[in-house]
Design a protein around this ligand. Structure first.
Ligand code: NAD
Length: 256
């Protein structure tokens, strides 16, 4: 049922975004990738699944780039049916030392970009009579941790934004939801593992164990494939009445 639809997954050259793009492509969904770094390898991985794949290198902190990305989707794919707002960055520091430019970048990329993609893609979804918006928030969209004020503010904001747009579209064939992952071992989290290893003087495996033990009761990392499967479910017909939810996949992190 997702065959022949088009998904835009922001920040999909690595990590969770790439996992979600591949899961959608396995359903026959055409995919537009976005993000920094090497795009050729992820493009080839998606294309190998037999769907049409595109790439646009928009910097999601820039509204004009985002407008160009959506225009590319309209011109090359006939519009966006599934919008996955996934691009995100992290910076860890106490609030009084938090670099102002890092705060601005986190709010722009992790929160404001979803406003721009949504406002630009939603009219087409409504016009074509089908759409799914999935916002990749975080356990930090539901609870806080110290030293992550910008990230926690952005992710709580993204959950609030999700609810508001879900209410605005509640009687339409477009659903809007958020997914709140716990720890997923991607480049974004490996940096935090490396910092913990250096601080505690332990090796990579012990640092991963400590990171999980602190927050994630399952003691397992959530995987991009699991998040891809949840995204596919939220895009299915069966999920038509799942609206405005912040769906945790966090090994029990937010159950405590
Ligand atoms: P990642 O660093 O592996 O991937 C981030 C992606 O975003 C990359 O493709 C990168 O190129 C892209 N990106 C970064 N800045 C960009 C910009 N300005 N414009 C366009 N693309 C940009 O990180 P990840 O762990 O896969 O994170 C993906 C999302 O999942 C983020 O929103 C993150 O907050 C969220 N998340 C991650 C975890 C985790 O444990 N890894 C947990 C909860 C939520």
């Amino acid at each position: 049922m997702l065959k022949g639809k088009t998904a835009l997954v922001t920040g999909s050259t690595s990590g969770i975004g790439l996992g979600i793009a591949l899961s959608l492509a396995r359903q026959g969904t055409n995919v537009i990738l976005n993000g920094f770094g090497d795009a050729e390898a992820p493009k080839a991985e998606v294309a190998a699944l037999g769907v049409k794949v595109g790439y646009h290198g928009a910097d999601m902190s820039k509204p004009s780039d985002i407008a160009a990305l959506v225009a590319y989707a309209d011109a090359e794919f006939g519009g966006i049916d599934i919008l996955v707002n996934n691009a995100g960055i992290q910076h860890v520091a106490p609030v009084q030392d938090f670099p102002v430019e890092k705060w601005d970048a986190i709010i722009a990329i992790n929160l404001t970009s979803a406003f721009h993609t949504t406002r630009l893609a939603l009219p087409g979804m409504l016009q074509r009579g089908w759409g799914r918006i999935v916002n990749i928030a975080s356990a930090h969209g539901l609870v806080a941790s110290a030293q992550k004020s910008a990230y926690v503010a952005a992710k709580h904001g993204l959950v609030g934004f999700t609810k508001s747009v879900a209410l605005e579209t509640a009687t339409t064939p477009v659903t809007v939801n958020a997914i709140c992952p716990g720890w997923v071992l991607t480049p974004l989290v490996q940096k935090q593992v490396d910092a913990l290893a250096a601080k505690d003087g332990v090796d990579n495996d012990e640092a991963k164990r400590r990171l999980l033990a602190e927050k994630q009761p399952s003691l397992h990392f959530t995987t991009p494939e699991e998040l891809g499967a949840l995204t596919v479910f939220l895009c299915s017909d069966a999920a038509i009445n799942v609206r405005g939810q912040a769906w945790a996949m966090d090994g029990g992190w937010t159950a405590v």
